[in-house]
Design a protein around this ligand. Sequence first.
Ligand code: MN
Ligand code: MN
Length: 341
Amino acid sequence: MLSEQPPPRRRRIQPLDAMVSPRFGQVATFARLPHDRDLTDIDVAFLGVPFDDATTYRAGARVGPSAIREQSRLLRPYNMNVDVYPFDVLNVVDYGDVDVVPGSFIETAKKVEAVVATLLDHRVAPLVAGGDHSMALPLLRAVHRTHGPVHLVHFDSHFDFWDQHWGQRYTHGTWLRRAYEEQLLGQVLQIGIRGPQFTRDDFQYAADHGFRVVTLRELERDPEGTIRHALDAVPSDEPTYLSFDIDVVDPAYAMGTGTPEVGGLTSREALGAIQALVGHWLVGAELVEVAPPYDGPGAITSLLAANLLYEMLSVMAKNTSQGLPPPGGPEPRRDFGRVPR
Ligand code: MN
Ligand code: MN
């Protein structure tokens, strides 16, 4: 049997042209891309997970995806930081939101895993807006099913590897320990850790499990360079998953979040932190914990979140244009028997 070639592209997806349809008009989708569940010829799908029942402090991230879409109207076609036209390199759609089950982590996680598995079966990489951080666990389960253990680059002011909260093993602060226990992960890099801690022992837990921790203190002088240096330990051609908790950014720039910690990255440093991932094969990315009820005037947290997601997409596009496998995976597309839900 001849080896199967990827089918030629029949579709070319672009955001609405702002010179035809002004940016302040039309229904809000991510980056004004089409809302479409046809995955034919698609490389990346923006996906919302409006769930916040696993938060341990202030809820509100369930309205993160809709606020991020609204603030993404201003994204434009050319990324000057990364020097790429992301929508020319990759076909991207707004896949809509997962139909979450309010109040149930378990049921919602099943749905998230199923939707993301559908994307990956079609060789489509997930670009996810949360929602609280607990949803990283079903995302990683789905990614693991396709790629095996993935390296995790985790931006956060918090470790998120606690064992339980009030006896609950699935919260936005325990997903990393569960992912480790389920053997979903390769190398783990935690960047931006800061703030008052429960115990010094957490640093020992990280060390004992081989997690590389880059505290905010270590980032102070040269964030992007420090992150690039830390990433040297992660093989660049192996599948890597990016999990970005918005609370790694200082609340002065991103107050719209449930568990704010002072003394964090600036908006500019956060953009640079993502640009540091150019050259690393990203097979999925998420931006979580945006809680619009606590946002400031101008919805600045959601605006930053939209731009950070655009930066993640741009890294995927730049990598693809430079010869790394596409974000959805290098192998030929699988059959399309599975029905997207
Ligand atoms: Mn956090
Ligand atoms: Mn987190």
